[in-house]
Every structure is written in C-alpha cells, then in structure tokens.
Design a binder for this molecule. Structure first.
Ligand SMILES: Cc1cc2nc3c(=O)[nH]c(=O)nc-3n(C[C@H](O)[C@H](O)[C@H](O)COP(=O)(O)O)c2cc1C
Length: 179
C-alpha cells in the first residue's frame, strides 16, 4: 500500500485529535504515519503519496514563536519548544516529487466576519504549494468551543470522513486490506 503522512502542531490537543481522526479515515486505503511537527521527518520518504498537515489558528494565522509564547503566558499551555512547529517544519522539509497534499486548521466558532480573516490553513496551503505539492482537496476547518478546546461535537467524525474522502481521491482504485 502507498503511504500517507499526517503532520500536526497542537497546543491543547484539539488539532492532534483531528490529525488522529483524519489518519483513521485515511487508513481504509493507505498506510498512515502520524507525527507532530517536532518529530516529523525532514525528508519525507518517496513512498508517501499524500501529506496532510494541520494545526491551530493563532492570531488569524499559523502559530509562530510569539503566539506560542502567548499561549504559555495567557493560557497556561505547556510547549516544550516555542521556536519550532508546523510552519517551521514546512519551511525546512523536503517532499518527494509528485506528492499530493491537504491542509486543515482548528479555530474558534467566531462570527463569520471574523473567521473570514483566519488564514492558518491558507498559509499551510501556500507553503505546501511552495514545496511543490499538488493540493488534493480544499483545506478543511474544524471548530473548537474555546481557546483550550474541546472540539465542537461531531468534528472528530467530520475529520474521519474528510480523511476517508482524501484517501478515495488519491487512491481511488485501491482495495482495502483487512487483518
Ligand atoms: C495565542 C492564541 C491566538 C489565537 N488566535 C485565534 C484566532 O485568531 N482565531 C481563532 O479562531 N482562534 C484563535 N485561537 C484559538 C485557537 O484556534 C485554539 O486554541 C486552537 O484551535 C485549539 O487547538 P489546539 O488544541 O490543537 O491547540 C487562538 C489561541 C491562542 C492560544
């Protein structure tokens, strides 16, 4: 089976839960690895045909050192290294030629006017394109009830279904392997 890699950043665990649910959906057709950005490979193996990346929305964009420091200071978050996350991984990683990709973010359920400004997943997509990946599907957004979560009811199921749909897009003819 071809492989998929899911790489996430998560401060309070919500984007991690989404990443795991997406991986669950993907594994119907693909062999899946999941890693947080700090532990993800800097050279993605050539048998990986799909890369899914995602993380929280911070200050309308992707987390960066100053917003991670803000999460520690203002929300008692525990972050082992505020200097490295998904953005920094995407700045440095090398991807195999021809890889497909998709992006997600987690965000608050703000009024539409404010969420329209959020661009975490848009920035992730921009970085993926810059790395030469082809976007397999539009980015997906998953809602949290508050800064430290939890995910809104039904979002993990939606993430699993999104993963399943992505697997069907990139591996349409593969027969699921059981056992
Ligand atoms: C410093 C900081 C800035 C944030 N800015 C935004 C924002 O601009 N828009 C938004 O929808 N949520 C914002 N949030 C809430 C995060 O989106 C929320 O903490 C995240 O989705 C939870 O995911 P996680 O548990 O994986 O960290 C912010 C949170 C923090 C800590």
């Amino acid at each position: 089976m071809a492989g998929a890699l899911v790489v996430y950043e998560s401060v309070f665990g919500d984007a991690r839960r989404v990443a795991m649910a997406v991986a669950h959906g993907l594994c119907s057709r693909l062999q899946v690895d999941v890693a947080c950005a700090r532990e993800a490979p800097m050279l993605v193996p050539s048998d990986v045909c799909l890369l899914v990346v995602g993380g929280p929305t911070h200050a309308f964009g992707m987390p960066r050192p100053s917003t991670r420091e803000g999460a520690v200071r203002d929300h008692a978050a525990v972050i082992p290294d505020v200097t490295f996350g998904l953005h920094e991984w995407l700045d440095a990683v090398r991807l195999p030629r021809g890889i497909q990709a998709a992006a997600f973010d987690t965000r608050m359920d703000h009024p539409v006017l404010i969420t329209a400004l959020d661009h975490a997943a848009r920035t992730e997509e921009k970085l993926l394109r810059r790395l030469g990946a082809t976007l397999a599907a539009p980015a997906e957004h998953f809602l949290v009830a508050d800064v430290a979560g939890p995910l809104v009811d039904g979002e993990e199921d939606r993430a699993r279904l999104w993963g399943q749909a992505l697997a069907e897009l990139v591996a349409p003819h593969r027969i699921p392997v059981r056992g």
